[in-house]
Structure formats: structure tokens, C-alpha cells
Design a protein around this ligand. Sequence first.
Ligand code: RP5
Length: 184
Amino acid sequence: MTTTTPPANPTSADAFDTPLVGIIMGSQSDLKIMTAAAELLRQFGVSYEITLVSPHRTPHRLVEYGETARKRGLRVIIAGGGGAAHLPGMVAAFTTLPVIGVPINSTTSIRGLDSVLSMLQMPSGVPVATVAIDGAANAAVLATQMLALSNARLADALEKYRTSLKDKVMRTIEELRKGGFSDD
Ligand code: RP5
């Protein structure tokens, strides 16, 4: 399985060794959305790989990816697709790893609605944890939350991330106050 690993920029000893998260997508055109997941995983110091796996154009590659994912050390898969978005559901059929689906509002998609519905409406026993349309960043947060169940460093990184979100809102509130606005 040929994949692309991120450039070495480790933030801790366990970063960027064996990939723990596999980011896959159906087309190169999905990359502009899916890079948000890669960027956030890099910030958290989570090792990942990123590659294309098209359920329609490279179906055998999809089977191989799903069947070998756990053996290769992956713990979570983030799968993005637009239009007829079969990738997350089909890769979930070939692995028992958790699969997080990112519906993409691609040019072939009906505003992402077709993609989100195909990911949400999985049959009983084969779930895809579906995030918002184009919500690749949340897929990375969710994957990190799963890994943080058994990793104190990642739990700490998530706490800091939440604090940074709160601080950003508080800074905006302060700026609005200074501008004569009130948050009351
Ligand atoms: C899906 O079809 C891909 O996930 C992509 O979102 C969409 C369009 O693919 P391209 O025609 O741009 O390659 O399979």
C-alpha cells in the first residue's frame, strides 16, 4: 500500500512513527478539504498517512486498504468523499476499525447532501461516524478523542485545544466590548 506520510515535524516522541490514523479520499479534488484533517492531526502530534482510495476507480485498492489497515497499525480511518460517496461505508465493510466519514461538497455533489446521507444511513452493524459536510477538522478532533482514551498526552492536547477555542471567543468578546458592543 503506497501512502504519503507527513514531513517529519514531530511534536513528541511518538509523533509520525507508525501512522495511527489513515486519511483517505476518493479523488485528488477532495484534497483541499481533507488537508484540514491532516493539519490538525499534525498540530496534535498524531501520526497519520494520507492517500487516495477511489471506491469506483480503484476498487481493489479499497479492499486492500480496508483489509490491511488494522495489521498495519492504524487505529482510526478518516474517509472523505463527495457525490456518490461510497468510500467510508465500503472501507468500513472491510475493517472493524472505527471509520469517520467526511461528506464533501464536491463539484459532482448535490451540495454535499447526497454524500452526507450515504454516510449517515449505514446498515446496522457497520457504522460510519459522520461529521458535517466538509467537516474534515472535526474528523481529526474525533479521531484524536478516540486515541486519547488510552493516551494521556493526547488528552492533554485536546484540553489545550478546547481552551484555545474558548480564549478565541473571549478575545472577540473583549474586542466587541472595546468597540462599544455589549455581550449582555
Ligand atoms: C467522489 O467523486 C470523490 O470523492 C469526489 O468527491 C467526487 C468527484 O471526483 P472527481 O471527478 O473530481 O475525481 O468519488
